[in-house]
Design a protein around this ligand. Sequence first.
Ligand code: AMP
Length: 225
Amino acid sequence: MNLILLGGPGAGKGTQAKKLIDKFKIPQISTGDILRAAVKEGTEMGKKAQECMNAGTLVPDEVVIGIIKDRLAQPDCKKGFILDGFPRTVPQAEALDKVLKGLGTKIDHVVSIDVDEEALVTRLTGRRTCKDGACGQMFHVKFSPAKKEGVCDKCGGELYQRDDDNETTVRSRLATYNQATAPLIGYYSKQGLVRPIKGVGGIDDIFNQIVGIVSGAGCSCGCKH
Ligand code: AMP
């Protein structure tokens, strides 16, 4: 199963992807995570990406397309993958189609998670993430606080606030999403792949909707997807 999770920053793509990994045993590919790792390691790519990431704008298409091309060629993607945060522009989606064609595969579903913008701002500015790259568990200071402040419930790692989760950058990321990424709904609708869901309510309820969609049980709008 090759799945794209589409949705604004904070819509819950990463949270859902982590649950989907456990259920379907396929990897999550998050260009944001890969770029953050490059920034941390101080690689050339990381240095170039950091400025865009801190400003809430997009890293150039050719950089992320290169990342995805390499990642999708890895053996663990053969059984399927969950794309989280890629593609984010129409040229990225076109490049992805080409790469997948070359690998003899294609996208099966595009789950579009819809959340009201002000709710996204509240979610992101209160978000805390586990520093341990292998864990990456997310918390929210108000909605899902860690049992002990600043400490991950799952692995005991330190929690931090992402540099780009401050309100100014969040607003810029939302504007970027509306301008560059939202057109992907039209792009994938033309291919008959979009499965819209409401990204509000319990994490497990949203997860069950996604599982229903990818298992062919139909989508939340009552259509025959
Ligand atoms: P994310 O973790 O998905 O919210 O991504 C964090 C930041 O990384 C974004 O605000 C962008 O600056 C950059 N980024 C991640 N994925 C992409 C992408 N597919 N295209 C361009 N920039 C990206």
